[in-house]
Structures are given as C-alpha cells and as structure tokens.
Design a protein around this ligand. Structure first.
Ligand code: FAD
Length: 651
C-alpha cells in the first residue's frame, strides 16, 4: 500500500499500541523476565508481577503475546534442554500444583480446596502475563471512562445445559446468568437508535465494495438477529453479484423446497450428516457456484473452518439457511458434532459480561486469593481493579505465578507408587522447581507429552491428535460511533474480508460499569477472524491458520484493521486516522479446543476417543482443560477440572 494511503489510514498516528514485530518483541519479553526474576527474594520466590503491572490494560499484541510461547516452542522443537541451566530449587512444597490458570486450572484449585480443606496449599503456574487463559480481559480508558471487551472467551453459552458442578460453581461465585441477562443486558439501545445488522461485500472477492444494511429475517437461525422487513430480493438488489447469484441466495434464504422428498426426517438427517454444507448448496439445492463466497465463512465462528469442511446437518443445527422446507424434526441425530447436537437440543443459558468470561476467571481468583481483587459481588467484579502484586504472596495459601512456563511434571517414583510430583518451570532463561503431593495439568493437550515424556506412547499420541482452532479477536477503541449511526448499522458480517465480523461492543450496565449510550461518546469495536485454508481436512486447516497468525506482525494486523474499517465506515464519515484511538490484537494460535468433525474423524467408541485416552491420570498427575472434553466451552473447562480433582482425591 502507498505511503499516502497509510497516512490516510493513520498508520503513523500515536495511538496506544506496541507496534513491534514478533522478533523484536521477544527481546522485550526477555527484558521483562529479567526484571521479574531478579526481583526481591532471590530465585523462584521473586514476585511474578510488580505492583504497577496491569496486563488487562496493555494494548498491541495480546492473547498469546510475545514472551509467552517461545519456551514452549523450543521444548517442542527439542532445543530447550540443550541450553537449559539446572533448575533452582525453590524449596516450596504444595498440596497441589496446577499448570495453567485458565478457567479449568482456576476451577481445579477451587474444587481441590473445597474437597481437601481450607488449609490446602496450592500453586498455579501460568505462562502468560495474565490469568484467565482464553478468558481474557481487554481494558480501555477512553475519554476517561472505563470500557471493557473480551480478549477471548465471549460469553456463557454452551451446547448443553451447565452441569450441576459447572452451574454450582457459577452459583457459588454469585453468577445467575438468566437474572444477569434480564437486569444488565441493554438489548434495546442499538435498535432504538435505528441500528441494524449489515453485510459488507468487498471488492477483492465480489468486484466492488458494498455495504448492505438490514439483513432480512428469512431464516430461523439460533443466533440471527436480523430485522423482519425487506425480502432477500430487495436486500440484495444493489449487491455486486450477478442476477443468477442474487436469485439463488434469495431462493436458499427463503427456501420452502423439500430437496429430499420421500425420505423420513431421520433419513434426510443421515444424508445431510455425510455431505458438506458447500456440497448441499451446490449439489442438493443446485445453487450457482457464485453463492459460495457469500456463505463460505458462515461456520468460522463456531468451528474455525468454512462450509467446505462442515457437515450440512451441523449447519442446519446452527441455523444456516436452505433447510426450511425439508421438514427436519427438531433435535440431535447420530453423527453430529458436539456443538451441533447440543444446540439442536436447545443449548444452555447465555450471558455476556462486559469483559466476557474474564469475569468468571476474576471471580475465581478473588475466591482463591481475596487480597488480589477487591469487592464482594458479581456486580462489583466488573470494574474492580486487580492488584497483580498480591497474586503470589509468600504467606498466602494459594499462589498464582504468572510468566512461568512449566517445562516438566514428574512423578517422583513409579506412577503407581509416587507420593510426590516435581514440577519445573521456566521464567525467561531461569529454571525453578517446586514439589507437590499432586498436580493438575490444566494446560493444552499438545503440550503435555513434552512435560511428561514418560507417559505411555498411546497416550502421547492421543494428546497430539487434537489440534486447537486458531482465532484472532481485535478490540478497537473509537473516539465516537457517529459513522455507525449515519449508516444505520450495529454489526457487519464481511464474508470475503480479512475480519469476518465487526460489531459495536455489547451494551451492558452492571454495577458502576456503564456502556456508552450516545454515538458521540467513545466506544469499543469487536472484530473477529478465524484463519484457515479451505480445501484441506479440518485439522490441517487449523495448522495452516495457526502459522498465519504467528507470522502476522502487529503492523499488518493494524493496517488490515484500519483499511477494513475505512472501507466499511468511510461513507458514514469515518476517518481512520482521527477516529481510531487504540487497538488490541488478541491472537490465539491455540484457540478453541478441537471438536471432532463427523466428516474427518472416525466415530470412535467413547473409551477410544483421543481426548479420553489422552486425559488418563498418570500417577499423581491428572489432566483437565477443555481439550480433555474435546470441545471449547467454559462449562466443559469446569467439568474437566472437577473430574481431574476427583481422580486425585480418590488416590
Ligand atoms: C477466541 C476464543 C473465544 C471463545 N469464546 C468462548 C465462548 O464464548 N464461550 C465459551 O464457553 N467458550 C469460549 N471459548 C473456549 C474457551 O477455550 C473455554 O471456554 C475456556 O475458557 C477454556 O479454559 P481452559 O482453562 O480449559 O483453557 P485455557 O483458557 O486455554 O487455559 C489454559 C492455560 O494454560 C496455559 N498453559 C499452557 N501450557 C502451559 C505451560 N506449559 N505452563 C503454564 N501454563 C500453560 C495456557 O497458556 C492457558 O493460559 C473461546 C475460546 C477462544 C480462544
């Protein structure tokens, strides 16, 4: 792109960001470690965070931020132990060490203390500079006012109702999702201002840039918030699509055709489970191939791959169009993915905190280490400021140590006889070891064979099977949202663009936290992308997407963000250089836990599933994390933590 265009976009503007490239950032990450490990108290007992460290407010490249993953990658590449120094013994002994301070690790600490007693000594080790795992908080102060967005996990919402353990934990934390939804979510604000869902067709994919406002409500999608009003024909009248393609999209969206007459609902579902949604559109609905780019990314948010890799039946379950006339009975059928089957049966309650499920992580941390986060209620957690210097206090029974990548977890005897576990972790170039009676690995599956090379080969193979789904979310601070008001839009789906979706932050008023109400006020935008490589099997698509994320510099993310916002919002008077105040890129190369895909994965009996083999207890080490549940939901993270703790308590 030209220098002039870069200037128009505002690439030279001094917004809050850390616009260094990956390589340079690693050096800066190293400097951070040097500071923390040389702090008071000598090796191993140095505080993991200083009083003025406040990770939620950092902008720039977050998620798997520079400095968080290099040790793990070196372990994977077999280079780590070649240069590692001997670990310093911290002499710390715990009842439990938890690896990973995501929702699963935090829940494991909670359940363990509940079962074993209030005097339990627990250490949580986490490789990132913040706790919560994917449940991360992005905090901004725009125009002097606190504004929050989810850096990862968006909301309480699962294909199945929360289990007694997961629901029980929410209740203990004071979270009542239906009540919070009713009392704090402001669903009227944007419609009252006349703002509607929109669609942006980009010139690279569709020939010219076009914003179409007011997506019609022709389908029955679970998550569709379209307005009733325009027909699809009217809506697409100005779309840069041929007449044939426009006609076929309208036909699919408003279809009343039974494409499989004479078959029962069960027989139709069986057929639909064996073809992709792409093939359904082309071969069953006989649509013009020109409709494919229009629908290609519709499954990205749910599964991280496009319609070339998702079964048509699963797409029916999440509300994609084309099935309205097929008389499919409600409910799950054999050969569906976990999410599709669950949502076909109704799903769970839903609630979105302003910082997503980071509020759950923060409530758990407050429950475990009360000194670290002030307050008493679910309402006051939202605006409470965490004191990161209190997370790892020597006199606290429960300690949470950040910037600490576990590199080994070892039973100190044969697994069947071990009484103790030794856990080694790295902070920068320094290695430390701690001891514990037991250990929960609440980290990612693919990491575990490197931490426990003694595991049976079959278990290591199973742990490697699951490939996490890469995603990237951006939180963008704007000085106002008058362009959205002028264009009459609230959210934009952009099927061919870099970011799949752009939306104004959800309006919520909880405790003393209040979302902006006037378009003249600053606001946050949420953008999402799921990188993948259409045409490959799902797990290969995820690997390609992960590589893409790791080689994209912050500068590239920023330019793509500014360019896309300028093109969508420019006709509404948006000035990217002036209007963009801050950008945070939440990069998750290892995002959603992998969910089996009926088109690519064998239909194993339960006991032979890789996640079930992979999560087998190994001596005094048990395994949690959503990966152990082969899906990606907060309730599963909690359920797997509960199971892992039960296994240890049973010893
Ligand atoms: C972008 C995104 C959006 C999502 N949205 C939703 C949603 O709306 N609703 C929902 O229910 N779920 C959502 N999820 C799924 C989410 O993964 C789960 O809900 C849940 O937060 C997972 O918790 P976890 O503790 O199992 O794993 P994680 O959150 O991944 O936590 C594991 C932690 O272990 C750390 N770790 C790994 N290896 C080591 C090591 N060697 N040493 C120390 N630490 C280590 C990791 O860095 C990580 O911080 C989303 C996920 C992503 C990525």
């Amino acid at each position: 792109m030209s220098e002039n265009y870069d200037r128009y976009l505002g690439m030279d503007r001094p917004i809050t960001r850390r616009d260094f490239l990956n390589g340079a950032a690693v050096v800066i990450g190293g400097a951070l470690f040097a500071r923390t490990t040389l702090g008071e108290g000598g090796p191993g007992i140095a505080p993991s965070n200083q009083a003025n460290d406040y990770p939620p407010a950092l902008t720039g490249l977050r998620g798997s931020h520079p400095g968080s993953f290099e040790t793990a990658h070196s372990l994977r590449d077999g280079t780590f132990w070649k240069t590692a120094s001997a670990p310093a013994d911290t002499k710390e002994v715990y009842d439990l060490v938890v690896v990973g301070a995501g929702i699963s690790g935090l829940s494991a600490a909670h359940f363990f203390r509940e079962r074993v007693g209030k005097s339990s000594r627990i250490l949580l080790l986490e490789n990132h500079d913040d706790f919560g795992g994917h449940a991360k908080r992005n905090e901004f102060h725009l125009g002097g006012k606190l504004q929050l967005c989810n850096g990862g996990t968006l909301l309480i919402d699962s294909p199945t109702p929360y289990s007694p353990q997961a629901d029980g934990l929410l209740k203990k934390l004071g979270i009542d999702p239906p009540k919070l939804e009713e009392t704090t979510a402001d669903r009227r604000l944007y419609p009252a201002l006349g703002l509607k869902p929109a669609l942006f067709l980009d010139r690279e994919t569709f020939g010219s840039d076009k914003l179409l406002v007011g997506v019609p409500g022709g389908g029955r999608g679970r998550r569709r918030e379209e307005e009733q009003g325009k027909t699809w024909k009217e809506f697409l009248a100005d779309a840069p699509l041929t007449g044939a393609v426009r006609g076929d999209i309208a036909r699919i969206e408003e279809s009343q055709t039974d494409y499989m007459p004479g078959l029962s609902s069960a027989e139709k579902k069986a057929r639909l489970s064996k073809m992709t949604y792409r093939d359904f559109l082309l071969n069953v609905a006989k649509a013009n191939p020109g409709v494919i780019p229009f629908y290609q990314t519709r499954t990205h948010g749910e599964w991280g791959v496009g319609i070339d890799a998702e079964p048509a039946l699963d797409c029916w379950a999440i509300g994609l169009p084309g099935f309205q006339g097929m008389h499919l009975e409600p409910g799950a059928a054999p050969n569906m993915s976990y999410s599709a089957a669950g949502y076909a049966n109704g799903g769970s309650y839903r609630y979105h905190f302003p910082d997503g499920n980071a509020s759950i992580a923060r409530l758990l941390v407050r429950d475990l280490i009360p000194a670290a986060i002030p307050g008493l209620s679910v309402e006051d957690i939202v605006s409470a400021r965490a004191d990161y210097s209190k997370l790892d206090e020597p006199d606290s029974l429960i300690r949470l140590r950040l910037n600490s990548t576990v590199v080994a977890a070892r039973n100190l005897d044969k697994p069947t006889e071990a009484q103790e576990v030794e856990v080694t972790y790295a902070r920068g170039k320094d290695l430390f070891k701690v001891h514990a009676k037991s250990c929960v690995l609440a980290c990612w599956n693919m990491m575990i064979p490197f931490l426990c090379p003694e595991l049976p080969e079959k278990q290591k193979e199973a742990l490697h099977y699951l490939v996490k789904v890469p995603l990237v979310y951006a939180s963008v601070g704007l000085r106002n949202w008058t362009a959205f008001q002028r264009l009459g839009i609230q959210s934009v789906r952009a099927p061919g663009s870099y970011w799949d979706a752009v939306s104004l932050n959800a309006a919520i008023h909880i405790g003393d936290y209040h979302s902006p109400k006037s378009p003249d006020e600053p606001i946050l935008l949420h953008l999402s992308r799921t990188p993948c490589r259409p045409g490959l099997p799902a797990r290969e698509q995820h690997k390609a997407g992960r590589t893409e994320l790791l080689v994209t510099s912050f500068e590239d993310f920023e330019r793509k963000t500014r360019d896309q916002l300028a093109r969508i919002l420019g006709p509404g008077g948006f000035e990217p250089a002036e209007d963009i105040q801050a950008i945070t890129i939440n990069r998750w190369p290892h995002g959603y836990g992998y969910e089996y895909n009926p088109l690519f994965d064998p239909n194993w009996p339960e006991a032979e599933r890789p996640n079930v083999i992979g999560r087998r207890k190994f001596g005094r080490i048990s395994i949690a994390n959503t990966d152990s549940g082969a899906t990606a939901y907060t309730d599963v993270a909690i359920d797997q933590a509960y199971r892992a703790v039960q296994e240890l308590v049973a010893i």
